[in-house]
Design a protein around this ligand. Structure first.
Ligand SMILES: Nc1ncnc2c1ncn2[C@@H]1O[C@H](COP(=O)(O)OP(=O)(O)OP(=O)(O)O)[C@@H](O)[C@H]1O
Length: 251
């Protein structure tokens, strides 16, 4: 019997090789991300956990192509090579919802579809479906200023889902939601990622949210640790500090 060939490498949505990002110069320079590497295949469900200021948002923005690394290399082997086409396949849920103030909720969700040239009837269908998924259909004609923080956050998620991305990057998507609504939003992100066969990366402080995702990575002082062994380090005298200890203690 012939031996099986090497297992084909899974298609990667995004790959980071030693990426770093420094803001400012000289004495005022802040290193938000130190040389960090990761590979995110399609089908991945990853939580990036870490304390405030550890570099999670910056890392997600690098993966999204919104922030250019000052060192290292980011690539999207499984996404289109041209910037515009690739951007259309990357959905980012920002920490602050950033809705367009003059547009209604439905118009905000439709905006990326209109810009991408999706026909009106299909855009309308996708908007209705996305608003239903995040349970804000009744807010379709409201303006962003009329929404609570949590409602705005759900609309921002709907906007990403409607564009049917292949790579979903969500920065603290449950930050302004109570526990039940937060859990529901995670359900929606997971179900959508499954349906689209997309990669999903969620940054969070919330261990309950992190535990819903298949893999958990730690961001600590600008360094990304993709080895889940850190979960057990809390018992070791010199394991990763505060955040890892907190996570480990919950297990
Ligand atoms: N545009 C910027 N200019 C200067 N410093 C920045 C900028 N963006 C981030 N930083 C700094 O980089 C570090 C990492 O910030 P980042 O927002 O990535 O962390 P975070 O883990 O997402 O934090 P949080 O959970 O509070 O959002 C922080 O010290 C922050 O002050």
């Amino acid at each position: 019997m012939s031996s099986p060939g090497p297992t084909p490498r899974p298609a990667l949505a995004v790959s980071c090789e030693g990426v770093a990002r420094t803001f400012g110069r000289g004495e005022r320079a802040v290193v938000a991300v130190h040389g960090s590497s990761c590979e995110v295949p399609f089908g991945a469900r990853i939580a990036i956990v870490g304390p405030s200021g550890s570099g999670k948002s910056t890392m997600l923005h690098i993966m999204a192509g919104l922030e250019t690394p000052t060192a290292g290399r980011v690539s999207w082997p499984g996404l289109p090579a041209t910037d515009a086409e690739r951007r259309a396949q990357i959905g980012v849920v920002f920490q602050s919802p950033s809705l367009v103030p003059a547009l209604t909720v439905a118009e905000n969700v439709a905006l990326p579809l209109v810009l991408a040239g999706v026909p009106d009837a299909e855009a309308e269908e996708r908007v209705t479906e996305a608003l239903e998924l995040v349970q804000v259909s009744e807010l379709a004609t409201q303006l962003p200023e009329e929404l609570s923080g949590g409602q705005a956050q759900r609309v921002a998620v709907a906007r990403v889902l409607a564009s049917r991305p292949s790579l979903i990057l969500a920065d603290e998507p449950t930050g302004q939601l109570d526990r039940a609504n937060g859990q529901h939003l995670v359900d929606v992100l997971l179900a959508t990622a499954e349906e689209l066969d997309a990669a999903l990366v969620v940054s969070t402080h919330d261990i309950e949210v992190a535990d819903r995702l298949k893999d958990r990575w730690l961001m600590h002082e600008g360094r990304l640790n993709t080895d889940e062994a850190w979960l057990n380090h809390s018992r070791a005298p010199r394991g990763p500090q505060a955040s890892a200890t907190t996570v480990g203690d919950r297990r």
